[in-house]
Ligand binder design. Structure first.
Ligand SMILES: Nc1nc2c(ncn2[C@@H]2O[C@H](COP(=O)(O)OP(=O)(O)O)[C@@H](O)[C@H]2O)c(=O)[nH]1
Ligand SMILES: [Mg+2]
Length: 452
């Protein structure tokens, strides 16, 4: 589908928020960065992107909102803001008998869209006729005729006449038998005076119920200027965006229309005659997220956050069981240079193991990755890291979700095991099971292995 990358960034962000044990600055900064990158890649206006980022950060850093409330509010905020970017849903409400005039520059997909819509509405019980008024391009009438044939619709054209008003007059009577008339007009390279004059003339003669501007998605944010210009010169009722299938700039075109408040009624998603869809921001975002509506998104957050489970982990920590969560806490503390020394200092015999400063610096970067990896784990995995060794698919999932490598996660597990062992020895020491000498011997042995 279009905007795949944007979809996976949003989905990834929401999943990370749902699964995270701590909503900390690093997690949020990472998510915001991913969303920003994909929105900018989709050609969304940079100011809108930064405004969205600021809103996410402001909420995330708000200390007064905690736990699951914060998670829910964050997910809702992302959902609603993306929805706003895409604009409000506005349906094209056709009366029983209607005519629509299509406007647009050369090659934007007017003729194709008219045939697509003709088929769309005839399938829904309308008696549709196509009227060809593009007298500018030599093959325009043939093209409309061929496309009408594909859609099994009548096309009212004149291959020789150069004056569109005369073509209208020729067919005026017959067209009265149809309840939906779709009118193809000529484009130009740009919106010049000649085009405006011609459309005004046709508008006066035909008095169509709707004037719809056709634009191609590959113009991206320029859609805003184009919609504005057409709106100023001739009043338009809405927009159809074609070629949503073939361009990375589709996000730019959609959000630009939302900014100008020009409703997008349909989107063209391919060259084939059936490849047209009504545009509804809510269903569009549901498809981007691949996760139903807002209610089901919030359900997803709830099911990923089991508060009782979280409390249990905390209780067990108090009992002295060493989980990855402990390690996470330790890593939090260790963001400051040298704090690794302090931790080692807590273990008898290890304080002697003075580490060179560059080793510590390197370790800082590694820790950031570990922290991200732990954020991507489930509670079960944090509590029993042993299951990760048994199921390597879990390691892959965590690496993928946290932007780390499986090697880094394996290393984290190795460190966890060693520290756990040391902690065990420490408590053994306290209970008098291990003597100081033996402890120091072990510590020296570990010095080469524990790369912290
Ligand atoms: N991929 C894709 N191509 C489209 C779409 N709509 C139109 N086209 C193609 O765009 C080209 C120009 O279309 P046409 O209808 O002749 O544009 P017009 O000059 O505005 O009438 C044709 O090759 C169409 O097949 C769309 O939604 N997706
Ligand atoms: Mg055409």
């Amino acid at each position: 589908m279009v905007l795949d990358k944007l979809g996976s960034a949003l989905k990834g962000g929401i999943t990370k928020i749902s699964n995270a044990i701590f909503i900390d600055k690093k997690l949020i900064d990472g998510i915001v960065k991913d969303i920003q990158k994909s929105l900018i890649e989709a050609d969304v206006n940079i100011e809108l992107v930064f405004a969205l980022s600021q809103k996410i950060k402001k909420l995330a850093y708000d200390e007064t909102i905690k736990g699951i409330d914060k998670k829910e509010q964050l997910v809702k905020l992302i959902h609603d803001e993306i929805n706003l970017l895409l604009g409000e849903k506005k349906e094209l409400k056709l009366p029983k008998k209607a005519s629509i005039m299509f406007l647009g520059l050369y090659g934007v997909g007017k003729t194709t869209t008219i045939a697509k819509l003709g088929l769309y509405y005839s399938k829904r019980g309308r008696k549709v006729a196509l009227l060809g008024l593009d007298t500018q391009r030599p093959a325009a009438m043939d093209q409309l005729e061929q496309m009408a044939e594909k859609a099994k619709l009548p096309a009212f054209i004149d291959k020789k006449e150069k004056d569109p008003i005369k073509i209208i007059k020729q067919h005026e009577k017959e067209l009265k038998d149809y309840d939906l008339v779709l009118i193809d007009t000529a484009g130009r390279d740009g919106l010049n005076k000649e085009l405006i004059k011609e459309i005004e003339k046709l508008n006066k003669k035909l008095k169509p119920d709707f004037r719809i501007l056709v634009m191609s998605a590959d113009i991206g944010q320029t859609a805003k200027t184009q919609a504005d210009e057409f709106q100023k010169a001739l009043s338009i009722d809405g927009v159809i965006i074609t070629r949503m299938d073939g361009t990375s700039k589709a996000g730019g075109a959609l959000t630009a229309c939302a900014e100008t408040k020009a409703p997008v009624f349909f989107i063209g998603v391919g060259e084939q005659i059936h490849e047209i869809e009504t545009f509804n921001p809510e269903t569009f975002i549901q498809r981007l997220l691949g996760m139903g509506d807002l209610a089901s998104l919030l359900e997803h957050v709830k099911s990923a956050t089991d508060e009782k489970q979280q409390q249990r982990i905390e209780d067990r920590m108090k009992e002295g069981k060493f989980t990855l969560l402990d390690l996470y806490g330790q890593l939090e503390q260790m963001n400051k240079m040298g704090s690794m020394d302090k931790m080692l200092g807590m273990i008898p015999g290890m304080s002697a193991a003075k580490l060179p400063k560059d080793v510590l610096a390197k370790q800082e970067g590694k820790m950031k990755h570990w922290k991200n990896a732990i954020s991507s784990m489930t509670e079960e995995e944090i509590e029993n890291p042993e299951i990760l060794e048994k199921q390597t698919s879990r390691i892959k999932r965590i690496a993928h979700g946290s932007g780390t490598t499986t090697t880094e996660i394996r290393e984290l597990l190795k460190q966890y095991k060693m520290i756990k062992e040391m902690m065990g020895m420490q408590s053994g020491l306290a209970e008098g099971k291990i003597d100081q000498k033996m402890m120091q011997k072990m510590a020296r042995k570990m010095k080469g292995k524990v790369r912290i």
